[in-house]
Design a protein around this ligand. Structure first.
Ligand SMILES: Cc1cc2nc3c(=O)[nH]c(=O)nc-3n(C[C@H](O)[C@H](O)[C@H](O)COP(=O)(O)OP(=O)(O)OC[C@H]3O[C@@H](n4cnc5c(N)ncnc54)[C@H](O)[C@@H]3O)c2cc1C
Ligand code: FES
Length: 341
């Protein structure tokens, strides 16, 4: 293991941090409490770009989609894919909302359980060697043996300080990471986990009813937010509404995990909506037909502006929901989501 550490200075500020040779510039900064902008942590969104003023770096993924040719010509790099090869001076604009609420830790972990949820979603439980503190709704990076680059997975358990983490993961037929999780990883096998990350965590002191909207693998962080909300004393007077959007009835899930939460009967509601069922096909009991944003508008419409709203899922669902929330004049500081890539 390389124990070399380099100093990184933020140009034009008095902020600096140390970056281990085997860490990335973004994650080292966050471990030091620096409010370094980011979102996906996996090279896709481009939010973690910085300009290299002085020093040498290397990239873990030269073709990462988050960086354009123009960026490369301007000596811009992705913080989540860049390693320091010596001391650096870099330029970026920090943003307070990115300051970590819990310090990310890197630790090895072992798979302790796996449980089928639907035909293509399972929950994987891990036992960490070092404890991690995270808030409901956050995610961690999982490095699997034989897979290039870590994968971001949102925790499904309620935020805690401890050594148990669970992730609900959707299997992609051609996906290297999800296939390794579903097909190769066995109970007792080791992975590396780095977290927590993400800004779409449960706001325990927001005195509003809660709406959680999940599509597909967005289930995991929304179940975590719901579990966290039902365990939170400040949120005890609040209602929580959970909407799950799926393509077909066989994809619908989540209700069984929610209705066991103490107080769910009095404070919780669950709706599922399917978008891919033929008009002529009979609709199973308890399901609605259509798109998730239409169902949210029909069910909550005018009340949206008074709710704390969390969502996770496919890009198209996220865009349609955002459009609706803007049209319904929901203040954006009441809306929390991490885009999945
Ligand atoms: C914040 C966040 C939270 C997420 N939470 C969940 C969740 O709870 N459940 C869930 O099922 N999915 C979640 N995802 C999606 C998940 O991270 C994977 O993208 C998905 O499982 C597909 O991965 P794959 O390896 O199977 O597919 P692949 O197509 O093999 O890989 C796609 C992912 O790997 C990254 N990647 C690809 N090649 C490289 C490379 N050479 N170097 C580095 N990175 C590379 C991409 O950026 C992309 O994230 C989340 C994504 C993000 C960003
Ligand atoms: S955070 Fe680095 S590209 Fe998304």
């Amino acid at each position: 293991m390389d124990t070399t550490v380099h100093a990184v200075q933020l140009a034009g500020t008095d902020q600096s941090f140390f970056c281990a040779a085997d860490d990335t510039v973004l994650r080292a900064a966050l471990r030091h409490g620096i409010a370094f902008p980011y979102e996906c942590n996996v090279g896709s969104c481009g939010n973690c770009k910085f300009e290299l003023i002085e020093g040498q770096v290397s990239t873990l993924w030269p073709e990462a989609p988050g960086l354009s040719e123009k960026d490369k010509q301007r000596n811009r790099w992705l913080g989540c894919q860049t390693r320091a090869l010596g001391d650096l001076q870099i330029k970026l604009r920090t943003g307070d909302k990115y300051r970590p609420i819990h310090t990310p830790v890197r630790t090895s972990a072992r798979l302790v359980s796996s449980r089928t949820i639907t035909h293509d979603i399972s929950e994987f439980g891990f036992e960490l060697v070092q404890p991690m503190t995270f808030a409901s709704g956050q995610y961690a990076l999982v490095q699997l043996a034989g897979v290039t680059g870590p994968r971001a997975y949102s925790m499904s358990n309620a935020g805690v300080s401890g050594t148990a983490l669970a992730f609900q993961v959707r299997r992609l037929p051609q996906g290297a990471g999800s296939t390794a999780l579903f097909e190769q990883l066995r109970v007792g096998d080791a992975v590396e986990i780095d977290g927590p990350y993400g800004m779409a965590y449960l706001r325990e002191h927001a005195a509003r009813d809660i709406l959680c909207v999940a599509g597909g693998s967005g289930l995991s962080p929304m179940v975590s937010v719901a579990r966290g909300a039902f365990a939170s004393a400040p949120l005890a007077p609040r209602q929580l509404h959970f909407v799950y959007g799926a393509r077909l009835p066989a994809d619908v899930c989540g209700q069984d995990m929610l209705q066991v939460l103490p107080g769910w009967r009095e404070r919780g509601s669950y709706h599922a909506v399917v978008s891919g069922l033929d008009r002529e096909a009979p609709l199973p009991e308890g399901l609605a037909r259509g798109f998730v944003h239409d169902m949210v508008d029909q069910a909550y419409g005018d009340r949206l502006a008074d709710m704390e709203i969390y969502f996770a899922g496919p890009a198209l669902m996220a865009q349609s929901l955002l459009k609706l929330l803007i049209a319904r004049k929901v203040p954006m500081d009441q809306v929390h989501f991490d885009q999945f890539y």
